[in-house]
Design a protein around this ligand. Structure first.
Ligand code: NAG
Ligand code: NAG
Ligand code: NAG
Ligand code: NAG
Length: 346
């Protein structure tokens, strides 16, 4: 009875000071949804009607106020895709070779890095069934096996990004956090867990939001190896357009996945289906490669990709909150044990 009442009080207290905010420095509990983060962060198309949110993982203020602007160093998100002075596309066209399924998932979550986690992509994908992997990556589930190789092609448009500046080291902790730091006792794992439950395991060190279009090409291993070799020795820019088209056509690929938007925005996906169609000999299919060196299409896409999905996230452990180095070490030890357990068991 008492236990239950206490729990409810704690739950209410946490709820009142935690909300769903993607802000620098806020505390986030990586354990509460390890393996399921794609439920609370929009990183792949979802089957939901409410498309308004990007990030709904609860976060908590852990530093004293006024940290929002003082620490923010705005990032220039543009690898400009043209030599002219005004870029046609503010973003990045990227191709990644993946020898197997694990590398494909790793590639998809390449820009998500969580301190002390060796496989941050698992925090999103560990719960995904084979059907879910197929759906999220836009390929047929018969190709989600150990017998294939993949190329992930992605065009990302960043809209908003922020990164903690160097001044973050001098931040003062919120009083409530300071108290909870005092309550953590070396040798007592439960006190660390209690801290994590209230304020999180990590804090948000940088993030970027926007939208992207991506597509997965599936190959059988011998053909994949020859393409990978060809591109490694020649570079994309040295290949003729015909050769490039051929390598990424049904001529070479076993299967060409759907073009999907990270946010799942149907308007953008329909635009891609209509405008990125390629005719290559007998084949007709849609391909992101059509954007390659096509200024008109890129310019159009630049305006279509809005601020709808989470594209990058870097989390840092909350350990700097512990000024006492022995306490800090204990915090690491407990968290590491939990993280290893998750990584092994999911
Ligand atoms: C999406 O939701 C609709 C309606 O709820 C359902 O019929 C459909 O099977 C779902 N699709 C996926 C891929 O889950
Ligand atoms: C910091 O954020 C709070 C709430 O989000 C806002 O009310 C306040 O004006 C911001 N501070 C500055 C200096 O912009
Ligand atoms: C393109 O080919 C030339 C000559 O074969 C070579 O010198 C150059 O390094 C290649 N470029 C790339 C990006 O590999
Ligand atoms: C989807 O993208 C289109 C084109 O950028 C935009 O007009 C529309 O508002 C977006 N829809 C949602 C639900 O975000």
């Amino acid at each position: 009875m008492w236990g239950r009442a206490m729990l409810m009080v704690v739950a209410v207290a946490v709820a009142s000071c935690s909300d769903e905010q993607l802000h620098l420095g806020r505390g986030i509990n990586l354990f509460s949804r390890y393996g399921y983060l794609s439920i609370s962060m929009r990183v792949v198309p979802r089957n939901d009607t409410d498309l308004e949110w990007i990030f709904r993982e609860p976060t908590v203020d852990i530093f004293r106020s006024a940290m929002n602007t003082s620490l923010q160093t705005p990032l220039q998100a543009s690898t400009e895709m043209t030599n002219s002075a005004s870029p046609v596309f503010h973003g990045d066209f990227h191709m990644e070779f993946c020898d197997n399924l694990r590398q494909l998932l790793q590639a998809y979550f390449r820009d998500f890095t969580f301190e002390r986690l060796d496989k941050p992509w698992r925090a999103f994908t560990a719960s995904w069934s084979r059907a879910a992997v197929a759906r999220h990556l836009g390929i047929r589930s018969s190709y989600v096996t150990g017998q294939h190789c993949y190329v992930l092609v992605r065009v990302s448009r960043h809209r908003e990004s922020a990164k903690l500046g160097t001044a973050s080291k001098d931040l003062e902790l919120d009083e409530a956090v300071e108290q909870e730091v005092d309550n953590v006792q070396v040798g007592n794992a439960a006190s660390v867990i209690e801290f994590v439950r209230n304020f999180g395991s990590d804090s948000i060190a940088s993030y970027a939001t926007g939208n992207s279009l991506y597509q997965v090409f599936v190959y059988n291993p011998p053909i994949y190896r020859s393409i990978k070799d060809r591109l490694r020795t020649q570079g994309v820019s040295n290949l003729s357009n015909v050769e490039l088209a051929s390598l990424f056509s049904p001529w070479s690929a076993e299967h060409i996945g759907e073009i999907q938007a990270a946010s799942g925005n149907a308007t953008v996906e329909e635009w891609a289906t209509e405008n990125l169609r390629i005719h290559f000999y007998l084949f007709t299919y849609t391909s992101l490669l059509k954007l390659h060196q096509n200024g008109n299409l890129l310019r159009k896409l630049d305006s279509l990709l809005g601020n709808e999905a989470l594209l990058q996230l870097n989390l840092r452990m909350l350990s700097p909150a512990f000024k006492d180095s022995i306490k800090q070490q204990w915090f690491h030890e407990v968290i590491d044990n939990y993280l290893k357990l998750w990584e092994v068991n999911m």
